[in-house]
Design a protein around this ligand. Structure first.
Ligand code: AHG
Ligand code: MN
Ligand code: MN
Length: 339
């Protein structure tokens, strides 16, 4: 894929995709259709999130998911909406979702689909009822298995380096879709009055430095020495760094992507692998971070160099600007292994 052509004000997501894919050899339009399906899901979820309080969509369903977490009504809506937006379009053969224990085969009539999608349909569920920013995170693989047959676990239990695209939608003061592909990272803002995403953040690059660090310090008593030392250093006055923690990974990451900084959710003596999931949180955001000149590790190795062993693998996560992530990783990699 060639370098991103310059786009004028008011470029729609569709125009960006068509112009970008035009220079991709062998592009069949399936990928464009897949991104448009994700954008549709984002519009529907955004609309429901913005009116959740009026539609009785706050609170839980009373069930717990495979993660052992209480499922929120909006988790279910977002998951159903995302799955339905991708099924029956012919571009996707399998979906792995935080909210589904097993892989979702899109349907025998669509075994021709060439993409496998991983998704956290609603990230930051604990923030829904308090109207804080939440989002949807997605990763896209090209299937390894034969088109025309059912997809299998080998299509998704693989290295993060196999991702062909990834991104997220963030439902905050506005709704923004951030999309990362080989040619870079671009942000599109939804104009709800016309129902269209317009290019608003072309060629996102993570700024240098560490103006912001994000970590849940309530876990500090369980941290390994390397984490404790890194957080102590980043709080030294000379660093002029501020602490910000929204509690929605997608929101904490998006702020650091645009302004610079680092987010950490390390493993600790209670959760050796931390809390966040590899396939549909860490992999996609690590892909975005690296395509924007940033970096992501698990405190030892690059997130994208890891191989998913189960659908809901958890991983420690350090993500943001390249230099600050490397500084944290150099301290954390000296810690005794927790697993
Ligand atoms: P999800 O809502 O998809 O389960 O993800 C929540 C995650 C992530 O968004 C956030 O960074 C983290 O939970 C916050 O965890 P703590 O409340 O333990 O800090
Ligand atoms: Mn999440
Ligand atoms: Mn979630």
């Amino acid at each position: 894929m060639s370098a991103t052509p310059q786009f004028e004000e008011g470029t729609t997501l569709d125009r960006y995709l068509i112009q970008t894919m035009r220079s991709s050899p062998g592009a069949t339009g399936n990928f464009i259709d897949l991104i448009q399906s994700i954008a549709l899901a984002g519009k529907l979820i955004s609309s429901r999130v913005n009116r959740a309080g009026l539609l009785g969509m706050f609170g839980g369903t009373g069930e717990t998911n495979v993660q052992g977490e209480f499922v929120q009504k909006l988790d279910v809506y977002a998951n159903t909406t995302f799955l339905r937006a991708l099924e029956h379009r012919g571009h996707t053969c399998m979906i792995v979702s935080e909210e589904n224990e097993g892989p979702v085969q899109v349907g025998s009539e669509w075994h021709s689909g060439r993409y496998v999608v991983t998704v956290d349909p609603l990230d930051g569920s604990s923030n829904i009822d308090v109207n804080a920013t939440i989002g949807t995170i997605f990763g896209i693989f090209r299937r390894k298995s034969e088109e025309g047959s059912a997809a299998d676990l080998g299509d998704v239990l693989r290295s993060g380096r196999d991702l062909v695209a990834a991104g997220y939608l963030i439902y905050g003061s506005g709704t923004v879709m951030v999309l990362a592909m080989d040619n870079g990272v671009h942000g599109f803002t939804l104009d709800p009055q016309v129902g269209e995403f317009f290019l608003s953040h072309p060629n996102i690059r993570v700024p240098d430095g560490c103006p912001i660090f994000s970590v849940n310090e309530a876990n500090a008593s369980r941290w390994q020495p390397g984490v404790t030392e890194f957080v102590r250093r980043v709080k030294e006055p000379v660093r002029k760094s501020s602490g910000r923690y929204i509690g929605s990974l997608v929101a904490d990451f998006h702020r650091n992507l645009l302004k610079g900084g680092v987010f950490l959710y390390p493993g600790d003596t209670r959760n050796a692998r931390g809390k966040l999931r590899l396939l549909y949180e860490a992999f996609p955001l690590a892909f975005v971070a690296e395509k924007a000149g940033g970096y992501a590790t698990d405190g030892r190795v690059a997130i994208l160099d890891k191989v998913a062993e189960t659908l809901h693998d958890r991983t420690p996560l350090v993500i943001g600007g390249k230099a600050i992530v490397e500084e944290a990783t150099s301290l954390m990699s000296a810690d005794p292994k927790l697993t």
